[in-house]
Design a protein around this ligand. Structure first.
Ligand SMILES: CC(C)(COP(=O)(O)OP(=O)(O)OC[C@H]1O[C@@H](n2cnc3c(N)ncnc32)[C@H](O)[C@@H]1OP(=O)(O)O)[C@@H](O)C(=O)NCCC(=O)NCCSC(=O)C[C@H](O)C(=O)O
Ligand SMILES: [Mg+2]
Length: 283
């Protein structure tokens, strides 16, 4: 992962004020939404407003455009805009409700240059997660836990038990093919405690970050998905100890009473790379 995706903030492309505001927010990435957050009557105007907004400077924040589905009245027009006016202003295109790799093929054929991301939010998408993750144009996956809950007719639980099979399948698929994967949104944007608990759960599971709906969710999310100072310190000590052990012809070192092998060093290097990517974001 060359960059951090701790916090990925949705902004309705119909909301000009929010798009302006995002230029100064601490999001690692922004999803400019043309899909569910934009009313049908506002779709065309939102596409134009987005083209205008993307002439502005969003710094190092990744600019991801969520288009409407190909089966809707707006999907193809959105895709053509991404291949045309938006092509050099966006960093990636996010496709909603991806059921299979064929859904990505359809968009890939219309947008030759930009990396694709997939919303993982349908039962078929969960079952086909591996072929979706394996798609050569796919860069990242975004969990759509609201749509998934709707499709499953599941109920909200703080432990997200009904989501676990879907989250797990998508995580396995993304990790197997080396793709970025970010967790779904936490709807109660004034509930900091609930957000923190869900971020911690997502981080424990291996997500790279979380999608957000409100700027008030940025600070907690950025903190939870960043390596803590203690993690960075441990990573450095593990690498040093392992390199010293290797010089002595040993394959194992011990740090803080725990063994350190090659695989731990790999994790330690990833921790340091993420810390560096985060530092670059805030330069
Ligand atoms: C949820 C909101 C409608 C709340 O909006 P609002 O009432 O305006 O909030 P505030 O007054 O508290 O806003 C304070 C300031 O922050 C700016 N703001 C608000 N939201 C955003 C944002 N997302 N990005 C950037 N800036 C934002 C306001 O403009 C205020 O600024 P200022 O004027 O300077 O005070 C609103 O937050 C919102 O619309 N959120 C996004 C909703 C959205 O995008 N939903 C779709 C994605 S979720 C989804 O579909 C997931 C998936 O598909 C699934 O299935 O799960
Ligand atoms: Mg959705």
């Amino acid at each position: 992962m060359a960059r951090a995706y701790r916090s990925v903030l949705y902004i309705p492309a119909a909301n000009q004020r929010a798009m302006e505001k995002a230029q100064g927010l601490t999001a690692d990435a922004i999803i400019f939404d043309l899909e569910d957050a934009v009313a049908p009557d506002a779709k065309e105007a939102a596409r134009d407003a987005l083209a205008q907004a993307l002439t502005q400077d969003y710094g190092r924040r990744a600019r991801i455009v969520r288009i409407n589905g190909m089966a809707t009245d707006w999907g193809e027009g959105d895709a053509r805009a991404c291949a045309g006016a938006l092509a050099d202003k966006a960093d990636a295109v996010l496709i909603p409700k991806v059921d299979s790799a064929a859904d990505l093929d359809r968009v890939a054929a219309l947008i030759p240059d930009l990396p694709l991301w997939a919303m993982m939010e349908t039962p078929l998408g969960m079952l086909n997660a591996a072929e979706i993750a394996a798609h050569p144009r796919l860069q990242g996956m975004v969990m759509g836990t609201n749509d998934l809950a709707k499709e499953l007719n599941s109920r909200f639980r703080p432990d997200r038990l009904p989501m676990q099979s879907g989250l797990g399948l998508c995580l396995l698929a993304a990790k197997a093919y080396g793709k970025v994967i970010v967790d779904g949104v936490f709807n109660a944007f004034k509930d900091d405690e609930g957000l923190r608990a869900e971020c911690e759960q997502g981080r424990d599971m291996g997500f790279d970050g979380k999608t957000l709906i409100h700027p008030a969710q940025l600070a907690i999310t950025n903190q939870v998905f960043a390596p803590a100072d203690a993690d960075i310190d441990l990573a450095r000590r593990q690498i040093e100890a392992f390199e010293a052990a290797t010089r002595e012809g040993k394959g194992v070192a011990v740090v803080d009473g725990k063994i350190v092998e090659n695989l731990h060093v790999e994790t330690a290097r990833k921790t340091l790379a993420l810390a560096e990517a985060i530092a670059e974001m805030t330069e």
